[in-house]
Design a protein around this ligand. Sequence first.
Ligand code: SF4
Ligand code: SF4
Length: 372
Amino acid sequence: MQSARLALSILQNRFRLTPRPLWCTFLVLYRCNARCPMCDSWRLKPGRELNPEQVRSVFRKLGPLQVVRLTGGEPFLRQDFPELAESVMQESRPRVLHVTTNGSFPDRIQNFAAEFPQPRKLQILVSLDGLEEEHDRSRGPDVTYATAMDSILQLLPLRKYGVSVAVNHTISSPRSLHDHAELASRLLPLNVTLHAVIAYAESAMYTIKRVGTQASDLIMQSGYPLHPNLSVCDVAGFVRQRISDCEKLPKLAERIAKRYYWTGLLSRLNNESPPKLKPPCTALRSHIRLLPDGSVPVCQFNTQTVGNLFEQSLDDVWFSDTARNQRAWVDRCTGCWAECEVVPSALYSADFLVQLAAGKLNSTPAAAQDYQ
Ligand code: SF4
Ligand code: SF4
């Protein structure tokens, strides 16, 4: 059944029809106790946050989903987060519930994961900006490297029940880039997978002046809106190394997804035109985003909304003239390279497989050298 829905969704996306959503990214709040310089989530007006029963009504409208990502802000600032997650699980029964956290509440995170009724479906991603000094400088006094590592260590015993634990390293400064190797060597003995994401300059989701707008200038036919702090770094060299490292990832699906992301990023950093990879975008199709009040924005770079799923039915939101017009905008979009958009787009358009078959995801160091 899951495979049939995936196959149908792929066909609908490739023919630019309008599938029902299968992947949902839900910002459960904007509030955050971190003070990251590359993100204004903590500066945004918190606005209305749906309570767990209201979340239940939203996910009942969405029906069965395959992947749900709960993010923020910092989700564990919400005392009702376990109930909220339960509402999502009961109404949409996803195969994967992915939770992103800054790791500042080790006990809450551990309790949540320990009590989670379907641990094999739970993936927790703890964010780090670098080693102690860099992380603490970047995130502020309430979100330290020590508490994030404590969260990770407390989660490790739960892996035997199926809980997946990984670290996301957000790279937004030369020091952060420099720290990656040491971070990898500290996490290796713990057998914790370390992902990395290269920060972009701004987005319409987390840059206060762009919220509610189409950030068209950040969407490029070629190139990448690199965070200005990284302009002096050899980011392309770092990415080439990541392409080689993909082979070390334990799961095949993860290897393909990461290889795809890094290969596409390298092509953009090298200003290839057209870029080597550009999946048909599935924003407002298989991939739906929800804001804390239930409203539905287009994507990471266009946070104009097409309706509110707490106040309206799915059909009223999904098939409205506003949604149709925004979908036309998505179809004209030259393509971004935000991983949180690229992965669902490549999955629900089968572009992972298409490009793998075309030999564009060769991960050997030799292939990576082709870009030099
Ligand atoms: S990047 Fe994450 S931890 Fe930092 S302010 Fe934004 S939401 Fe909070
Ligand atoms: S490619 Fe899709 S997700 Fe990215 S900016 Fe364009 S419409 Fe948004």
